[in-house]
Design a protein. Structure first.
Length: 98
């Protein structure tokens, strides 16, 4: 796992990508769940910045043949929405999966 959010690196170096991903997550939330309208970012409030939805963490996971998430009951506590993006092409870069 590579933590891309450390020291604001993700937001500072890739602001357009960050905005695109946050926009996509907010749009899906608006159309299906309505969770984000009810959320306030407590950590942001403590820092005295806007309590709007924030990127809490950005991680890059590299999964190789036979790999998987080792914790089947893993949960992203503290997140209103978790967005996973596959950067590989199915049936081209890998085969199988569940």
């Amino acid at each position: 796992t590579t933590y891309l959010h450390v020291d604001g690196m993700f937001s500072n170096r890739l602001p357009n990508l960050r905005d695109k991903l946050v926009g996509a997550a907010l749009e899906v939330d608006k159309n299906h769940w309505g969770l984000c309208a009810k959320c306030r970012c407590v950590a942001a409030e403590r820092l005295g910045v806007s309590p709007n939805i924030q990127v809490r963490t950005a991680e890059l996971h590299r999964v190789t043949a036979g790999g998987s998430l080792p914790q089947p009951n893993h949960c992203d506590y503290g997140s209103c929405v978790t967005l996973d993006i596959m950067l590989s092409r199915p049936d081209i870069d890998f085969g199988g999966g569940q």
